[in-house]
Design a protein around this ligand. Sequence first.
Ligand code: ROI
Length: 167
Amino acid sequence: MSHRCHIGLGSNQAEPRAQLRQACESLAALAGTRLLRCSRLYRSAPMGPQDQPDYVNAVALIDTTLTPLALLDALQAIEQQQGRQRKAERWGPRTLDLDILLYANQQIDSDRLRVPHYHMHARPFVLYPLAELDPDLILPDGTPLQHLLQNCPAQGIEAIADMPAQG
Ligand code: ROI
């Protein structure tokens, strides 16, 4: 059985646009997974420590037969392939960040994984690309995405490009 999942993508190192394009290709190539669509690419100032470059973010929608933890493993493998190094510094710059934002309508709270993603409710660089893909989305707890957007000003986030077509 396959599940519809929203994946958040972010990068602020080593040609962020190319990082996101490559990550989308890798998502499309995952076992048991189809890439349905990707949002445009959005640029925003860093949230958290300011002494790092602007970020480029996007959201991808996939259909996958992977379980949540298998999907997490696969996303972490893609991060590693693209040179992600886990550093002690929290909220520091990264070549690629892939987050499971939503996994079907499930709420998951385990040691390794929390879905919906912890901080998505207040992050414009997640909510705006998500709304581009699915404006009428309702979160698993019944909150409409549009409610979250009303409480989350766009704050300088800017669509800068389309995700290039896959294939
Ligand atoms: N800030 C922006 N704008 N985009 C991100 O993806 C992002 N990711 C992070 C932190 C460091 C919190 N800030 C971010 O992990």
